[in-house]
Write a protein of this length. Structure first.
Length: 253
């Protein structure tokens, strides 16, 4: 009987502090980005390089997304993404996270192939552009043919538990040819259930807590992060939540 491989945990982080928290908790990977409030954006070159120098056991995978919004990119934006991938390779990133849709909402075979070529030698994850593509099964076939390492998906639902039927179907269709990584509100209290229902061996979560806002009694403006609760300023990686998730994931046989 083939031994079931351990569950791997990836944490979405925006800072060196987040990288340190993920590594201390034993996370297998970080997805390094900025702008998680808008779904994540490409981090700076300095942050990528510093993150790579910071880790010992945890891999750094860099999100390549030049702007918020949809995943239909111009030729100029694709060129910028290609340059960002090449930079990530030069400074030692272990992988990149990409995804481009065409004007009809299908995964763009040509643009994704161009980015995959730039990422030669790196692991490549297709991000949640898949969750809004026109046809998930045609899109999944393209991922299999193109050589992606893994797919990040919530099963095209807001919540991972609502997406269980599609995630399970994709795991079965993959048959080991690509790793299907579940996301969408994955936490310590539901990780075991997600794994048992879908049979995924990869989990992704951005586990964050809000930081209280400093008082600005004379100011009429606020630069608090989008989505921060009233009285809070921005979010940071939650060390306790990340640790609990890693423990929960690895306690699943």
């Amino acid at each position: 009987m083939t031994e079931t491989r351990a569950v791997r945990v990836e944490i979405g982080v925006e800072s060196l502090a987040g990288v340190r928290i993920a590594e201390a908790a034993g996370a297998d990977r970080v997805e390094l980005c900025t702008g998680l409030a808008v779904g994540g954006l490409t981090p700076s070159a300095a942050l990528i390089e510093a993150a790579v120098l910071e880790v010992v056991d945890t891999e750094v995978h860099v999100l390549i997304r030049p702007r918020p919004g949809d995943f239909r990119y111009t030729a100029e934006e694709v060129a910028i993404m290609r340059a960002d991938i090449e930079l990530a390779r030069r400074v030692g990133a272990h992988g990149v996270v990409i995804g481009v849709l065409d004007e009809r909402g299908n995964l763009d075979a040509s643009a994704n192939a161009e980015l995959l070529a730039a990422a030669d030698g790196l692991e490549v994850t297709c991000h949640r552009a898949f969750d809004v593509c026109a046809d998930p099964f045609t899109g999944f076939d393209l991922l299999l043919e193109s050589g992606f390492t893994r797919l990040l998906t919530s099963g095209r639902q807001d919540s991972v538990l609502d997406g269980v039927p599609l995630i399970t179907q994709l795991v079965n269709l993959a048959d080991g040819r690509i790793d299907v990584m579940a996301c969408g509100g994955v936490r310590a209290d539901n990780a075991r259930r997600v794994i048992e229902l879908t049979h995924v061996r990869d989990l992704h979560a951005a586990v964050r807590i809000p930081v209280p806002e400093l008082p600005h009694p004379d100011a009429e403006v606020s630069f608090a992060e989008f989505g921060a609760p009233r009285g809070f300023d921005h979010f940071v990686t939650d060390a306790d939540g990340v640790s609990a998730l890693c423990v929960a994931a690895r306690s699943t046989v």
